[in-house]
Unconditional design. Sequence first.
Length: 123
Amino acid sequence: MNHRLPILAVLGPGAATHEQEETASRIGSLAAHSGWVVLTGAGMARNAFNVLSATLCVAVGGGAGTLSEVALALKAGIPVWCWRSWGLEPPPGTSAPSPRCFDSAEALLEALKAEMGPSTPRP
C-alpha cells in the first residue's frame, strides 16, 4: 500500500515579477489545500531534489535555471505544466514528452483543480 502524498514542484525565476509571484502563490495554496506537498526553492542541488521528488512540476516564468529544471523533469518522465515559461517541443522524429502550456493563469489553475481532485484536509 502506497501512502506517499502527491508532490507539486513549483518552478520559476529567482527574480519573479509580482504577477508571477501571485500566480505561484495561488498554485501552491491550491495544492496545499488539496492535500499535496509543495516544493519550491533555489540552489542547483535543490533544483534536482525538488524536480525528481515531484509528481507534477509547474513552471511559472523562469530563466535558464527553470529551463534546466523543466528539462530534468521531462527526462525523468515527470509531467511539466507551464505558464509564461518555456514551451519546448522535441525535435522532429522523436517521441520525447513536451510541457503542457497554458495561455492564462486561470486556465492553469482550473486544470490543476481537476488534476488534484477535491480538497482533502490534512490531519
